[in-house]
Design a protein around this ligand. Structure first.
Ligand SMILES: Cc1cc2nc3c(=O)[nH]c(=O)nc-3n(C[C@H](O)[C@H](O)[C@H](O)COP(=O)(O)O)c2cc1C
Length: 380
């Protein structure tokens, strides 16, 4: 079947992946209200097109910090991308490199930042940081990232706890993988994934798990003893951000901001950027949708700091809507994962190329020669 839009890729991902893993990627939390709200917030936006503009092309060139990019896109950090396809994170890094965009590696990646660097020497790598309860381990990860040539640290601020995902409790999905009858049956029903991903890991590096965590965490048996150390810090605060500023010489971005006050506080501390995000509807199920708060945040801090956004981008027009609301770049999370599942590295490249093509054609239809023009012509 030809894959012509995000829904086609999503359906292919559903066919290929074990149910527990597909649902982990695809679904939200609790009553899944946030996902619906993100969709509503984007679907309600319309552009006011200009006609007879006399230009046939569109230019999406964007400057972020000191670099210029062809497209205002960043591959978002997604935990366990390496379970979707063997070496999935390295594949995403190479895709980002081909498209000339950054790839933000998750703290919870299956391949470590050093190994991703080896597999994608040209890629612009950012690292997403979950602050662990054990700060020494956290600072160790920063050192590792610095050595791997990471330019930008993205501190996730909206995940003080593991969210409640009833469906994953029911279908037995967990990391490290704890064998259960249901889990084994789930995996057995996806023989292609089993051979191309799971068995490949088992025959090379062993049971896939979080690569940046201590070796002891990687086996289910010893996990309980050290799990406290690498639990995400629930009490993370602005003081932690100040501490990280002292320890990290690169740029710092805070991800998961949805309030003007927090954005102002970040700006006043000298933070380089924020991502206005509701984590793709995967955390607080009753969080505001990013599109509903983005304009006021951009008004407050957009002139002095880089404002990005994410959540719910499935078509080029969704990305353009966030950009028209004033952010300078967008992150995409699930789309590249659907692409990876459907067709490995090529699939991820294809789905993001499709997204960029859709962005271009929507700009042309809107009569905007570039994103600034779209912002000015604006939202109806
Ligand atoms: C499977 C999956 C895992 C994720 N893991 C992380 C993570 O480790 N750290 C983080 O900051 N955000 C994580 N996110 C959130 C994404 O970075 C991003 O905010 C979100 O996916 C954007 O919404 P979208 O998927 O609709 O594009 C994850 C998202 C998904 C789908």
């Amino acid at each position: 079947m030809q894959l012509l839009n995000a829904d086609d890729y999503r359906a292919a991902a559903r066919r290929h992946l074990p149910k527990g893993l597909f649902e982990y990627i695809d679904r939200g939390t609790e009553a899944e209200l946030a996902i619906a709200d993100i969709r509503r917030s984007l679907d309600n936006i319309r552009f006011r097109p200009s006609v007879l503009t006399g230009h046939a092309g569109s230019n999406m060139t964007t400057s972020l910090f000191d670099r210029t990019y062809c497209s205002p896109l960043i591959i978002a950090p997604t935990a366990l991308a390496g379970l979707v396809s063997h070496d999935g994170e390295t594949k995403l890094a190479r895709v980002a490199s081909k498209l000339g965009i950054p790839f933000c590696v998750s703290t919870q990646s299956v391949t470590s930042i050093d190994d991703i660097r080896k597999g994608a020497p040209e890629a612009e790598l950012w690292l997403q940081l979950y602050v662990w309860r054990n700060r020494d381990l956290t600072w160790g990860l920063l050192d590792r990232a610095q050595k791997a040539g990471v330019s930008t640290l993205v501190i996730t601020a909206d995940t003080p706890l593991s969210p409640k995902r009833d469906y994953n409790q029911r279908n037995g999905f967990s990391v490290p993988f704890v064998p259960s009858l249901r889990g084994v049956w789930d995996v057995a029903t996806r023989p292609k994934w089993l051979c191309s991903v799971m068995l490949r890991y088992l025959m090379t590096s062993g049971m896939p798990t979080y690569a940046h965590y201590l070796a002891e965490f990687k086996t289910a048996i010893t996990r309980a003893a050290i799990a406290e150390d690498v639990k995400i810090e629930s009490a993370i605060s602005w003081a932690d951000i100040a501490e990280i500023q002292k320890r990290w010489s690169g740029r710092i971005i805070i991800k998961g901001v949805l309030s003007v006050d927090d954005a102002i506080r970040a700006r006043d501390m000298g933070i380089d950027g924020i991502v206005v995000s509701s984590h793709g509807g995967r955390n607080l199920d009753v969080a505001l949708a990013p599109a509903d708060v983005l304009p006021e945040i951009v008004d407050a801090v957009g002139a002095e700091m880089l404002v990005m956004a994410d959540s719910g981008i499935r078509r080029g027009s969704d990305a353009l809507k966030y950009l028209a609301l004033g952010c300078r770049a967008v992150m995409v999370g699930r789309l590249p994962l659907y692409g990876l599942a459907a067709g490995g590295e090529q699939g991820a490249l294809d789905i993001l190329t499709m997204l960029i093509d859709e962005m271009h054609s929507n700009l042309v239809f809107a009569g905007a020669k570039d994103i600034d023009a779209l912002r000015t012509a604006g939202i109806a």
